[in-house]
Design a protein around this ligand. Sequence first.
Ligand SMILES: C[S@@+](CC[C@H](N)C(=O)[O-])C[C@H]1O[C@@H](n2cnc3c(N)ncnc32)[C@H](O)[C@@H]1O
Length: 395
Amino acid sequence: MRLHNNTIKGVHSALEAIFEEGQYADKVIARTLKSNPKWGAKDRAFIAETTYDMVRWWRLINYLSKSKDYWDLFGTYWLMKGNELPPWEEFKGLNPERLKGKYESLEDPATIESFPDWLYQLGEKELGDKWMDEVHSLNQEAEVVLRVNTIKANREKLKNRLKEDGILTHTIKGYPDALILEERQNVFQNPAFKEGLFEVQDGSSQLVAEAMAVEPGMRVIDACAGAGGKALHIAAKMENKGKIIAMDLEEWKLQQTKLRARRSGVSIIERKLIEGSKTIKRLKESADRLLLDVPCSGLGVLRRNPDTKWKLSEESIKKVQETQAEILQTYPTMLKPGGQMVYATCSVLPSENQEQVQKFLSSEAGKNFELMDEQRILSQESGFDGFYIARLLKK
Ligand SMILES: C[S@@+](CC[C@H](N)C(=O)[O-])C[C@H]1O[C@@H](n2cnc3c(N)ncnc32)[C@H](O)[C@@H]1O
C-alpha cells in the first residue's frame, strides 16, 4: 500500500489527542475525518484503521521504537505489520533488522500483547489459563456485524438489498438477526441504514435480547438503556407491541434512544430519567422482564475500543463493580413475581459477572431469585465480543 504524508499526519494528530489530551478514540477519529472533507474513502479508512491499530499496539510500538517521535512510532508500527517503508527523510533512522531482533528477544507477555502490567495480571488472576488466548483474541480487529431490524425488514431481503450496493454479507448459525460484512466498510451512509433497516451491533450483544425471552404485549424495563442499542432489539422481538421503559442516569443518552427509535420505526419505548431511588421505588413489581445491562470495565469489547486498555485503572474497575452491586441490590424490586431478569456486561472478568450474580443471590435482596442459566462468552470461543449474560427468575 502506498503511504501518503498527509494521511499519516492525520493519524499523528488523532494519536496526540488520544494519548496527550486523554480524549476518546472514536470521537477523535470522527472529528479528524470531518476536519478534512477532501480525503477519499480509502484515506479515511486508512486513518481510522491505522489509528485504532496503533492505539491497540501502543505499548509494544513504544517499546520497539527508537524514540517517541511520531514518525518513528508510525514507521515502527508499519514495519511491525510486515510492510516496507518508502525512502522518505522522516523514516531515515529506522532499521527493520534492529526492530526484528528487539521483537524476537522480547519475553514479557504484557509487552508482547501490548497491555498495561496491572491489567494483564488482573486478567491472569481472574481467567487463569484462558487469559492468554483471550488477550490474543481481544487484540484482533472486530468484524462489522449488522442486526436486521425485523420491524422493517427481514434478513434475506436486507442481504439482497445490500448486495445491490456492493455490500456483501453472510449469516451465522445461532445469531438469527445478524449479518456479517465480508469486508470492513462504513455502512452508516448507506440508504438502508438511514431507512432504519439495520443497526450495527456485535453478535454477542445481540444475544442479550434473545435471552430476554420477551413476547409482544409485555411490559419490559431496560434499566441501563444508554443510547438504546438493546432496547431497540428487544422492541423488534416484541414486534413493536407492549411497552419498554428505557431508563438511565444520563438524559443525553436517552435522547439518542429517542432518535434511534424514530429511525427504526419503534414506538413502544418510553424514556425515564433516573433521578434517585424514588424513580426505582415507583416502579415496584411493574415489569414482566427486567434488563440490567450494567456499566462495566468494557474488557470484552477491546477489539472495537482498544483505548479502554489505557483508560482503565484498578480504581475505575473497583468503582464500576460497586455500581454493579448497588444496581443488583435495588433495581430487581421493579420486577413482578414470576418475571425474569437479565444481568449483562461486556466484560470477561468473573468479578464483574458470575461473582456479582452469586453475591446477589446470597444476599437478602436476592433471596426470591434463582439463576436460570448464564452465558460466559469469551471472544476466543465466540469470535465476537466478550460478554456475560445471566437469566434469573423472580419466584
Ligand atoms: C453498558 S451501558 C448500556 C448500553 C445500552 N444498554 C445499549 O445496549 O446500548 C451502561 C449504561 O448504564 C448507565 N448507568 C450507569 N450507572 C447507572 C445507574 N446507577 N443506574 C442506571 N443506569 C446507569 C450508563 O449511563 C450507561 O448508559
